[in-house]
Design a protein around this ligand. Structure first.
Ligand code: ADP
Length: 161
């Protein structure tokens, strides 16, 4: 069985991420979407909140599981017996950053680990979690960017901020 991990911050999950999840789930038998608990970042949503939103938006995708991890992606994947990560590419700026991470993971895993890149669907190429947070903060229209349940959590957060 071919499995892959799609790691990321997902703070919060957007239609851009969901598109990558759907497409990867068609390529692999099993996909684990895993929220990185990065102690160097101050996210808007806790890991639990991000996992919960991902579970809700993937509930109709039978071969997709949601998890979280901290530490090195290569260690996490080795423990799961998985050696492929999925990442999405929107623009050349993503490529430079992603290439460096992919090469680092290759070296850390002694050549065992591969990164598969899916290019963004054009309608989501502008979309990022940071842009979504900014739109939410100023009360802009989020309908083309995130599912309603994510929009509601965003509005709740900024109402209480
Ligand atoms: P990071 O993991 O770098 O903190 P994110 O959680 O936002 O960032 O994204 C996880 C992965 O999804 C990254 O590979 C990112 O490039 C990709 N991604 C984010 N938004 C989109 C999008 N709109 N289209 C395609 N890929 C995307």
């Amino acid at each position: 069985m071919k499995a892959a991990v799609y790691p990321g911050s997902f703070d919060p999950v957007t239609y851009g991420h969901i598109d990558i999840i759907k497409r990867s789930a068609e390529i692999f038998d099993e996909l684990i979407v895993s929220v990185l608990d990065n102690k160097n970042k101050t996210p808007l949503f806790s890991v639990d909140e991000r996992v919960k939103m991902l579970c809700e938006v993937t509930k109709d995708m039978p071969n997709v599981k949601v998890d979280s991890f901290s530490g090195l992606l290569t260690d996490y994947c080795r423990d799961l017996g998985i050696h492929v990560a999925i990442r999405g590419l929107r623009a050349i700026t993503d490529f430079e950053y992603e290439l460096q991470i992919a090469q680092t993971n290759k070296i850390l895993s002694h050549g065992e680990f591969d990164t598969v890149f899916l290019t963004t669907s054009l309608q989501y190429s502008y979309l990022s979690s940071s842009a979504v947070k900014e739109i939410a903060m100023f009360g802009g229209d989020l309908s083309g960017s995130v599912p309603d349940l994510v929009r509601d959590r965003l509005l709740e957060k900024y109402r209480n901020h």
